[in-house]
Design a protein around this ligand. Structure first.
Ligand code: GTP
Ligand code: MG
Length: 562
């Protein structure tokens, strides 16, 4: 089938210009932040920011002028939260944390004393006395610019499809999909503010506490509207290390409460208590749910001022380091993220993934499949995690509280890894589907540590070795039926895409419903037809049958929260 894929000169030149624009392997990319710098920059931005509810974006000039008295405003983003009617908010970024703190400190409680008087970066802007504007302030700076207007809005499906229809080729479709659905700058800022709110709420008792975002909010694989995964830690590594290593350690030692003998029940008790605190005291936090029996106990809540779902954990540091690995993979080559977005979108539209956890493949497992595919190519696009671990130096050493080694080289340059793979995105997409059409899920496990398939250690339907806890299977939850559906869908996708890649560019006719390239991969599952199998003995299962099966069995197989 590979012979059907011909790299056109146009594709190659597109790829080169894409590399130059996005800092890929063919372009030097010295200015890009590493994960810790990225996290640090956004944490600081959050400390410099406040969110103010306004009656509409028209209030912005007045708000800007009012808040300028606290410091210089570097940027402002407007967004709406749509309930019965749209609620408007402006996120203001000051030049320094002190200026933001001054603005927060100047806030007052609600005049009628309703509401628990809690101080947080979430405020509202009330009308000036008597509802009149202050003309003097309004003139102080007449042309403040909102950096984004309704900047948290997800692109409409019809608009997105129109964009994809109008693209020049599949290459451009993949890039457009990525550009228009990925989490934007405002989305990242809002997630770091949610984290800061939790951290500040407990800062009195736990001054070293850190609420760290991880997962798709920060690993560069998040789409607009993705949830926020948050880990709350009482102490950070640096604090513990610093005091241990100090030449003259303090002789004053804090009195503390005794730890419970069972660490897991202690975490559950603490989380129960935090759940109550979030629910009772934190502005914006609502629908708090405690899921404490899961492997990783979490508290879920909704943030109504940010329109955000949050999963808070206190004991999943490997997830945090896993996000760093994914971030690094995404930064290593500009094809990695657009390719993953297309595959995740495809999986979503054919019902392979589902927003709630269950016996279907998760976005995270799917992302691992993509990373593995990119590692095992004859000309690999990504290095193995084993190679990264081997290149780790003293400064890369990270061990979680439960002793899990998460050390790997943070500076990829040291690895000396350079990909010579020049495949276009459409070629890679097709190769991905071909690869998994032929993958022996029955006998082989996927190891990102080694970048090659291993013998499967147990009978799980899909076995993806957990990169940081190698005795665990990331996709343990996936049922045999779901694995079978995945195999059917990747075969279908390979079949559809093969002819699309062959044609390379959109058909000539200009129809409203014109569907080509990626759009044919994203067709609704009911319309999917099982194609004759190119690699296996055909097994003619109708996708619609599988959907019925799913519906009848969902009730008896309650989703497990991980
Ligand atoms: P979406 O929430 O679907 O957008 O993707 P996500 O990547 O955020 O996935 P999820 O919220 O399920 O998990 C959050 C993060 O936890 C992932 O990005 C991983 O970094 C990490 N994670 C999830 N499951 C596992 C696992 O089984 N092992 C390890 N080591 N990390 C995991
Ligand atoms: Mg997530």
């Amino acid at each position: 089938m590979n012979s059907l894929v011909r790299r056109s000169a146009r594709q190659l030149s597109l790829w080169r210009s894409y590399c130059v624009k996005h800092g890929g392997p063919e372009a030097a990319s010295p200015g890009r932040p590493n994960y810790e710098e990225f996290i640090g920059r956004h944490q600081r931005q959050a400390r410099c920011s406040i969110v103010v509810q306004v009656s509409s974006e028209k209030s912005y000039p007045e708000l800007y002028n009012y808040c300028s008295r606290f410091g210089s405003i570097l940027g402002a983003h407007h967004y709406c939260v749509r309930q019965d009617e749209a609620l408007h908010y402006v996120l203001l970024e000051f030049a320094t944390p002190d200026e933001a703190a001054a603005a927060i400190g100047a806030g007052v409680s609600n005049g009628d004393l309703s509401g628990v008087p809690v101080r947080s970066p979430f405020l509202w802007f009330r009308a000036a006395g008597g509802g009149r504007r202050s003309p003097k302030l309004a003139q102080a700076n007449p042309s403040p610019q909102l950096l984004s207007l309704d900047g948290n809005r997800q692109v409409e499906q019809s608009h997105l499809l129109g964009l994809l229809r109008g693209a020049a080729d599949i290459e451009e479709q993949v890039q457009l999909l990525h550009e228009h659905t990925r989490l934007n700058e405002l989305g990242v800022r809002m997630r770091f503010l949610a984290a800061l709110q939790v951290q500040q709420a407990i800062a009195g008792m736990f001054p070293a506490a850190q609420a760290q975002p991880f997962g798709s909010s920060v690993n560069g694989f998040g789409r607009m509207g993705c949830d926020l995964d948050l880990i709350l830690r009482f102490d950070n590594d640096m604090g513990a290390k610093g005091s241990r290593e100090a030449a003259d350690p303090s002789r004053l030692v804090y009195h503390t409460k005794e730890n419970l003998s069972n660490g897991r029940s202690q975490t559950q008790r603490h989380m129960e208590c935090f759940g109550d605190m979030l629910h009772l005291f934190l502005p914006g936090v609502c629908h708090v749910r405690r899921i404490l029996q899961a492997r990783v106990p979490i508290i879920k809540y909704h943030h109504e001022h940010l329109d955000l779902e949050v999963d808070l954990s206190m004991s999943n540091l490997t997830g945090f380091y896993m996000s760093e690995l994914l971030y690094m993979f995404g930064e290593m080559d500009p094809r990695v993220r657009p390719l993953t977005f297309s595959i995740r979108r495809w999986a979503q539209t054919c019902g392979l993934t589902n927003p709630s956890p269950g016996r279907w493949i998760s976005n995270f497992s799917l992302t691992c499949l993509v990373m593995f595919f990119l590692q095992q190519l004859r000309q690999p696009i990504l290095p193995t995690i084993g190679a990264l671990a081997k290149a780790a130096e003293a400064g890369d050493a990270r061990v979680t509280e439960d002793g899990i080694n998460c050390s790997f080289a943070r500076d990829v340059e040291r690895l000396g890894f350079r990909s010579r793979n020049q495949s276009s995105l459409s070629e890679l997409l097709l190769q991905f589907f071909e690869f998994y059409s032929q993958f022996d899920f029955h006998n082989r496990a996927i190891s990102l540590n080694e970048g090659r398939p291993l013998s499967k250690p147990d009978h799980s339907a899909i076995y993806i070795v957990n990169p940081l806890e190698q005795l665990l299977n990331v996709s343990k939850n996936v049922s045999l039926e779901e694995c079978e559906r995945l195999r059917i869908e990747v075969r279908n996708a390979a079949w559809v895409l093969e002819s699309e890649v062959e044609n390379a560019s959109p058909p000539e006719s200009e129809g409203q419903e014109l569907s080509w390239g990626l759009l044919n991969l994203f067709k609704h599952p009911e319309k999917a037809v099982i194609r004759p199998n190119m690699f296996f003995k055909p097994r003619m299962v109708e996708v619609s049958d599988l959907f019925e099966q799913k519906e009848t069995t969902t009730g008896s197989n309650a989703p497990t929260t991980t």
